[in-house]
Design a protein around this ligand. Sequence first.
Ligand code: MSP
Length: 476
Amino acid sequence: MSKFYITTPIYYVNDKPHIGHAYTTIVADALARYHRSLGEDVVFLTGTDENSQKTVDAANKLGEDPKIYIERLAGIWKSVWSELDISNTDFIRTTEDRHIKVVNEIWNRVVEAGDIYKGKYDGLYCRGHEAFMKESDLVDGLCPDHKTAPEHIIEENYFFKLSKYQKDILKFYEENPNFISPDARFNELKSFVEGGLEDISISREKQGWGIPVPGDSSHAIYVWFDALINYISGVGIEEWISHPADIHALGKDIIRFHGVIWPAMLMSAKLPLPKKLISNGFFTVDGVKISKSLGNAIDPIELKKKYGTDAIRYFLLREISYGKDGDFSYDKLHERYTADLANGLGNFASRVLAMGVALETIKKDVIGEDVSRAILDAKNGFKNWIEEVRFGDAISEIWKLIQFGDTYINTAKPWAEEDQEKKEKTIYNLVSILEEIALLVSPILPESAEKIKNCIENSAEGVRVKKIEPLFPRVG
Ligand code: MSP
């Protein structure tokens, strides 16, 4: 069985998940489920990034012990993913021993390569980003994303010889022209690397939190150097060597870490590189950037209460063109819910199954030529688009098939058909369409697909169907 390994970023636990985090995770889940449907052995890793100073700040703010706080938050992240039907096969936490062990090993490999040296860091650090910044990155002296002034840090740090890998990285890009999707973002990154790479600081003077530098516990490993390694510690070094990640799904904000620093770390540690990075754009809510201070960070669980998990998954994957920035709006969600889900898929499933129930056992027959062509088109179209990570287009192919099914019903009018055999044939064709739709849509809408499949029972005598509860009940 061929393997497929996909990851999400590991998320900071300074807060609970919002709709933006859910988006990246749902994208990875849809791909994981799609590959599972091809019969591949899928490893799907997500987790939490817990060694960040932000975690301690968040715990302190609540007056909670950081250790207790991270346990609580890791639990929240896990349960939100399970509520959103995320089918991860593992959940890595960077405070786990299995992670710390691998981080130590990689650090030592990088030391052996002669790529770590001690130097003086004199510069700016933004806690929000957990990243070193340059004056030129600031707007009016503030980090443009976090609107806070970065700290000025002067300390002895360990540095990683990133500059040494500039040529190798560019060569790797050239040999792997599909390494990063979308192309536009790959091109941006190439120009960035062509502009020259500087060595980076990979430790901070230890302030009681974080993984100690091997052999020097007065320093903690820089949280990004530690966090990236989760992709290896989640499966083990041996497994990574034999099968590195097929896809790292992430947001455009962290592309440099994954597309430049991570490959260089792996080259230095003499480990294989991931095969592909896919990066989603950022979205706003009703046109406004998601921010804690504005209080517009939508809680996916609140949305689920109203619309259900499948509707959130559908909306995000269909409405936001993958890779581009997009906008989340309640109005658009409501519109899609009503038009595409309730009146589209939900209605088609109810109609077909209601007609099928009236027949008890439906005799198996040959599927009509036009029907098999429509099914084949949808299957091929879906496969092509999803493999290009174009979810909106992939989903459209399924909805074309639903439309075809609706037209088929309206033209054949099985309820008015007096010839029983003809009527049964029509209904058999319709059930076959519905079954195919359930199969195709399962990576996107796993719950609805399962409900439809549970209503269709195939046996040697024929097909028996059950009536279905409305898949997408009206919401006010
Ligand atoms: N801990 C690091 C990642 C380490 S991976 C080795 C981190 N965590 S994070 O909690 O800030 O999550 C960042 C990711 O969440 C983004 O890369 C993106 O995938 C997702 N998003 C967060 N806000 C988002 C939007 N508003 N829109 C779309 N995606 C968003 O960075």
